[in-house]
Design a binder for this molecule. Structure first.
Ligand SMILES: Cc1ncc(COP(=O)(O)O)c(C=O)c1O
Length: 529
């Protein structure tokens, strides 16, 4: 087996506790041993064998004196850009730094004056907000917009928000947390605006390697080189963020020199010896990266499908890149979704508030699939607990909620006459009401008509159809009937939902007939007791 292919059993669960890891130990310290951390962007996988061996070899040497970055180091970066991103960069364009985020802070300090404006595009990685504000600059938020289910940049608003104090725009490419892999066209559009107003673009490309087919990463350097500063590091891809090392690529000679002078002024001239060895080894591990991506893609698809199927009120974004998934929880109507899952599922997710959207959370799926399954199952159990199905007879003030849903579905939605909808038999019926996360979603009523129970007025609010609520309410009805007075069930199904009832075991009887102008069919089910 070639060396690069080793160490890619991503299913292995590695105990990260007691390693002073932010992801695990900090959360355990704050919230307890039982919390499953699925937050900060590092992975629960070992680095490639080649990287580990390079570090061991250097450590065994035993002397860790000041170390410079040699030609091998720079060549490794040049080669990585060539083979991974299909772009030729020049060795002298590369500058160094102690981390991508500190480098953004340096650039803000170098190229903007106090009070100048820096644009970021929320929802975005929290340090983007902090590095602007904490360095005395004005933060301008040009929020991404969700257009036809896809997060895009708002160029119109961007241009409107630029004035003479605006100096810089910092982008996440690919974008953490929504996982967009910006296309050439999108970046070019941004480049044109930046050029027009003489802005510096800082393109943080730390997630560049984790991009899923058919999407393709485009480095900003492919779009242009004028006033462009690209930042990157092997930290994410090879899970070596704790080695704190990064680099920048600045084609513009003047900008580059100003940056270098700044680094010199801070005396940040030598690198961390182990991180240097790690980068040189990491950038030879193409095959390991291919395996990692394939594993992560499996996790991504699994998490996305799981959430869609079992937690349908949550709206996940399928990331085109990164191992992070952005979950819109706004329909849950919770004050703090992150807190909800921490307290009720014992899963620690990133709080969307820090990214600029308090109704979302970010899930990190870079872990063995068994852990991902565990985390998602815990979340589902907490989610399910907030679903309640109540039943009652009249008078009961909850009936107002049933009427509201029925009005929405039958009178507004289907144009059924109000008199038909309110047929007066409500007094003889048992009413069912589904509530999830404080939201009333579905209703139905049942009546005892001698040899049969009759199910009537089954109504699920339009935006919650196809999410399993209809099934839930029918199960609750059948459960009630079985427990109280078991008899066959009949219902007059609107023809378009015939298949739904067939799946639940109802059989059509007789011919199609019209009621309130809508084709119906009578259906029947004999309960197995
Ligand atoms: C967009 C982005 N930039 C930078 C970083 C961190 O970079 P560094 O550890 O090199 O400061 C992260 C980590 O999550 C990130 O998502």
């Amino acid at each position: 087996m070639p060396e690069t292919a080793k160490n890619n059993n991503f299913d292995t669960i590695i105990d990260r506790k007691k390693t002073d890891s932010f992801k695990w130990d900090m959360i355990i310290k704050l919230y307890g041993e039982d919390v499953l951390p699925m937050w900060v962007a590092d992975m629960d996988f070992k680095s490639p064998e080649r990287v580990i061996n390079a570090i061991i070899k250097r450590a065994e040497h035993g002397v860790f004196g000041y170390t410079f970055r040699s030609d091998d180091y720079y060549n490794a970066i040049v080669e990585w850009y060539k083979k991974s991103y299909k772009i030729e960069i020049q060795r002298e364009w590369i500058v160094n730094g102690p981390g991508v985020v500190p480098m953004i802070a340096f650039l803000i300090n170098i190229f903007t004056l106090p009070g100048d404006k820096v644009i970021i595009q929320p929802p975005v990685y929290p340090p983007f907000f902090r590095v602007v504000v904490n360095n005395g600059k004005q933060l301008i938020e040009n929020r991404l917009i969700l257009k036809d289910g896809k997060w895009v940049m708002d160029y119109e608003n961007l241009e409107k928000s630029i004035d003479s104090r605006t100096k810089m725009i910092v982008i996440s490419n690919p974008h953490n947390p929504v996982g967009r892999v910006w296309t050439f066209e999108e970046l070019e559009k941004l480049y044109r605006i930046a050029k027009k107003y003489n802005l510096i673009i800082v393109s943080d490309e730390i997630h560049a390697d984790i991009v899923y087919e058919p999407n393709e990463f485009t480095s900003f350097l492919k779009v242009g080189t004028e006033n462009i500063i690209v930042l990157n590091s092997p930290g994410k891809t090879f899970n070596i963020a704790g080695l704190t090392n990064s680099y920048g690529i600045i084609p513009d000679k003047t900008l580059r020199q100003v940056y270098k002078n700044y680094i010199e002024s801070l005396e940040l001239l030598t690198g961390n010896v182990l991180s240097i060895e790690a980068l040189k080894a990491a950038y030879k591990c193409d095959e390991w990266v291919a395996n990692l991506k394939s594993y992560l893609k499996g996790n991504r698809d699994f998490a996305y499908q799981f959430i869609k199927e079992y937690m349908p009120i949550i709206k996940p974004t399928l990331p085109e890149g990164t191992y992070l998934m952005w979950l819109d929880c706004s329909e849950l109507g919770l004050e703090n979704p992150q807190k909800f899952f921490l307290e009720n599922a014992r899963v620690y997710l990133n709080d969307g508030a820090e990214f600029g959207d308090s109704q979302s959370v970010r899930l990190n799926f870079a872990c063995p699939k068994a852990l991902l399954q565990e985390g998602l199952t815990r979340m589902k159990n907490a989610y399910d607990k907030l679903l309640t199905i109540e039943h009652f007879t009249l008078p009961d003030k909850r009936f107002e909620e049933c009427k509201k849903i029925r009005r929405e579905v039958f009178i507004v939605g289907q144009g059924i006459d109000e008199k038909i909808e309110l047929d007066g038999r409500d007094e003889q019926a048992i009413h069912f009401l589904v509530r999830h996360f404080g939201k009333y979603i579905a209703t139905a009523r049942i009546r005892d008509i001698g040899d049969y129970w009759k199910v009537e007025r089954v109504a699920v609010l339009k935006e919650f159809r196809g999410l399993g609520y209809g099934k839930k309410i029918m199960e609750a009805i059948e459960g009630y009937i079985k427990k109280t007075n078991p008899k066959p069930i009949t219902l007059n199904a609107q023809l378009e939902v015939k298949e739904f009832y067939e799946k639940l075991g109802y059989k059509p009887v007789g011919h199609v007939f019209h009621e309130a102008g809508i084709p119906h069919i009578k259906m029947e089910k004999v309960l197995e007791i």
